[in-house]
Design a protein around this ligand. Sequence first.
Ligand SMILES: [Zn+2]
Ligand SMILES: [Zn+2]
Length: 142
Amino acid sequence: MQIDSFKANSMEKRKGSCLCGTVKFETRGPIKGIGSCHCSKCRKVSGTNGNAVFLVASNDFAWIEGQQNTLEFAFPNGWGVTRCDTCGSPLPASHDGKQYWVPAGLMDDPLNTEMKQHIFCASRADWDRESADSKSFDEFPI
Ligand SMILES: [Zn+2]
Ligand SMILES: [Zn+2]
């Protein structure tokens, strides 16, 4: 059984990286779902309507390169963000040593999961909702 679960995990490696590619990491095993936080701090971190992240156990997370190329910001209570010191992408972080919070948009491989929850919805920006005539395009509209 142990061999089987190890094989299953090694088949499910996914790579992630920052915008400039200086920082690279990988996750192992299935990703259980993505959660998006809409709090005012997460909006500032992303510059958009929230911060979509997933959790992986520390054993299933590994830095590949560039983990020393980081810039950290934290409030006195410890809430903060770690970024690539070259391009500014927010990076995975572990606050308790047991698991990593991984910004989902850093991933280069398909995650084979879906958005499962939205939190701090009471703090959503007033524009953070779909209008009835909202349109989607595969690329820039012509
Ligand atoms: Zn970078
Ligand atoms: Zn938040």
